[in-house]
Design a protein around this ligand. Sequence first.
Ligand code: PFF
Length: 467
Amino acid sequence: MAQARGQFSSKLGFILAAAGSAVGLGNLVAFPVMASKNGGAAFLIIYLLFVAFICYPVMMAEIAMGRRAKRNPVGAFDTISGGSAKWRLTGMLAIITPFMIAVFYTVITVWLVVYLKELASGGLDRLSQEQTFGEIVAAPSLFGYAIFLLVGVFLILLGGVKGGIERLARVLMPTLAIMLVALTMFVLTLDGASAGIAYYLVPDFTKMSLSTVNGALSQAFFSLSLGMGILITYGSYFSREDSIPGSARTVAVMDTGIAFFAGLLILPAIFAFDPNTNTDDLSTSSVGLIFSFLPKIFLSMQAAVGYLGATIVAIVFFLLVFFAALTSLVSIIEIPISYWIDEFNMSRRKAVLTQAALLTLFAIPATLSFGMSDFFTAFTSYGGLSKSFFDVVYDVFYETILPLVGFTVCLFTAYRWKMSGLTSELIIGDDNYEGSLLQRYLNFALGTIIPLVLFSVFVSTVIQIYL
Ligand code: PFF
């Protein structure tokens, strides 16, 4: 605690860093596919309602907790509760969750590095063959790429909040936006693209079901990087001069806007490849879609733009995904780092080294989970399926636990910190909050319907995955 805390240089710095965290594989791939499978514009409407009425309030609560306590998630639960051991323990969930998410996210980001290297050496046709993905994820050479990536990531984190995280987001976020727009414009010129737009945007209410609603909420929640301790920690680096409601709104709009835009890229590209595509057949898994399916689509563009042209399009796309993944990865690793700094009084340097060692330790079995080691590949089984070590980490910490962490944030804010406490933080830097409709909504919903909805999503996910 004796350490000087890092701080973002401005409101824009915070917004770009938080958007850097929020924009990830979820936006670029999972969202478009989910939307098209679940009724197009009908899904979009539900998604937007969830973002506005459930996620936005939780975002504000997380940022406010961090800014009030000026600590990592455990420290924030601890300080604001006045040292309650029970709440401190609850805060541990918001440290362990990002710690473990970083493990599998590292593995996926390493695959992206391998794909980029393969594309740069002219291997688009190899990547589009069925067996290639399986070969790549089981190759021991992955460890070399992992070292390369992790050295880069931890050097960025060594640069601190302003010089590392914020600087990265300031460069990569605008670049990402430009690349996304350019690529979308190109894809929209392809024959057949309009069928994809129709599939994406024409509402089809017959495809909506309870599981659609559940899926929309989970997607919105993780897309905004909620329940991962990230916004609590970033809130602790946020200036008291600036408005939390305003900044959170901008981040939510940017994240949702990029997800929406990604749909205008992915679906027309898929339909240009095969006009008879039935999106029910597309995998919901972002991983399968990015690494196995999309290279085929890029290769098919060689008829229109030649092999080199198709390779360039693929490189731009994979760079885009890599940038999105890198800013998310950096954000998530910062959470345990802030914990080491605050709670163990470590220097940033020592905290970064500690976290690098721990992450490496866990990333090894996750990397071995795809055939290199039988033990980690067939690690356990539940829900009638065999699961690797990677699958377990993914299922537990990504698919299941986020709404539960969100639920604890709501209960903590509403019943321990109390709404008056939250309001007293939200009015700092925001003259309009007090007495606003937003304040009235939060006062009503944060201790009632929002935790109720989050808990139901948690329970139904548990039933779906593990039973
Ligand atoms: N918000 C990210 C997305 O939509 O893909 C999710 C995410 C994953 C954020 C992993 C951070 C992270 F480390």
